[in-house]
Design a protein around this ligand. Sequence first.
Ligand SMILES: [Zn+2]
Length: 119
Amino acid sequence: MAEKCGHFIGQQGNIAIYCSKPKHEGYDKCFAHDEKLIAEREQARADLNRKAALCDQLVNIARGCHDYGGGYREPSESEIYHHGIQTVVNALEAALKDPNAFQVRMLESIGSRVHSEKA
Ligand SMILES: [Zn+2]
């Protein structure tokens, strides 16, 4: 039998009511009452929201690069530049839509390999 949470819930007349749910594994109280666990969940939620906002921001930055044009004035260079940036924008938009899509994962895998080879 798992140890009980024991969080004070309230008073009913002379009787104190304590939470009788089992402690969450590795924590002092149950899933609903452990302050450390609640803080960790809030932190994880905040991290997820921040990452989601960052993803939108990254796509907008790539779109901005496309509009900015990279300073290329020669039509042929400009065309190559725009084609390259459009590939990045498309890949980021695809990743936002479905982070587990095959091509998205393949690009990510190539990118992480290239990055770790440089480090
Ligand atoms: Zn509890």
